[in-house]
Design a protein around this ligand. Structure first.
Ligand code: PEP
Length: 261
């Protein structure tokens, strides 16, 4: 059986107007229509202001829509938050949860992320759960402890029958392009060997926690994936695709990654 891939474009706060978002999404939907095989899923996560329009523009195409975040309540006095029902109304199938920028800049804990994962599943959204160690945690030798804690706590009490709806995005924080926060930072990507080691470890954690069901959970790699390095990463057995920031901001940049999958 051919390996499954999921390629996700996380547009973060980079595409600021609706017209541009719709134009990129439309081009991407056209680009992938001829190249996408049954075993590859592709989603994009635009800013909230553009979600509905992008959803309308890509309706009926193979390109899927994702939210970049979501609150864990249905409705109410939660200024600045977005509800799962609003994501569904805009046409989302996926929602990115626990991205390292949400964890680090907005202080999201594993307990909060766990509530979001459970709420997304309850509502019929597919969570893309991000985990990964920081540079400091890596240097101090804590990578495995960090990954274990993030999996244990953010995946607590998940109904077994819904595990197949979750995708894990392993994103070593030191490999994510964060030039905006640290203009002088050097952009690093995990070598295929480093990525493979940690993906194998994550797979073991999932199997220990969920038994056989843990074998089928897709694990994306994220962190400066682009045309020039995607093949080496996507060829690794335990890597089921990528969560991509910078290289997802145009159809031209994302196409080679989708082709490699
Ligand atoms: C991300 O933030 O999910 C990401 C992987 O970003 P980039 O590809 O720009 O490093």
């Amino acid at each position: 059986m051919r390996k499954k891939f999921i390629i996700g474009g996380n547009w973060k706060m980079q595409i600021l107007n609706v017209e541009e978002a719709v134009s990129i999404a439309t081009e991407l939907a056209t680009t992938i229509s001829g190249i996408l095989t049954e075993t590859v899923d592709v989603f994009i996560a635009p800013s909230f202001n553009a979600l509905y329009s992008v959803g309308q523009a890509i309706k009926g195409t193979k390109l899927k829509l994702a939210g970049q975040n979501m609150y864990f309540r249905d409705k109410g006095a939660f200024t600045g938050e977005i509800s799962p029902d609003s994501l569904l109304d805009a046409g989302c199938e996926y929602v990115i949860l626990g991205h390292s920028e949400r964890r680090r800049i907005f202080g999201e804990s594993d307990a909060v992320i766990n509530q979001k994962v459970k709420k997304a599943l309850e509502k019929g959204l597919k969570p893309v759960l991000c985990i990964g160690e920081t540079a400091k945690e890596k240097e101090e030798g804590h990578t495995e402890t960090v990954l274990r804690t993030q999996i244990d706590e953010s995946m607590a009490d998940i109904p077994r029958e819904q595990l197949n709806l979750i995708t894990i995005a392993y994103e070593p924080v030191w490999a994510i392009n964060n030039k905006f926060l640290n203009p002088n930072s050097e952009i690093k990507t995990a070598t295929p060997e480093e990525a493979e080691k940690n993906h194998i470890f994550i797979r073991k954690l999932l199997i220990n926690k969920f038994g056989d069901e843990g074998k089928n959970i897709l694990i994306q790699y994220g962190g400066s994936m682009k045309a020039s390095n995607c093949e080496g990463l996507l060829n690794i057995g335990e890597i089921n695709g990528g969560l991509i920031g910078g290289a997802s901001l145009s159809a031209e940049k994302l196409k080679p990654i989708i082709e490699a999958a």
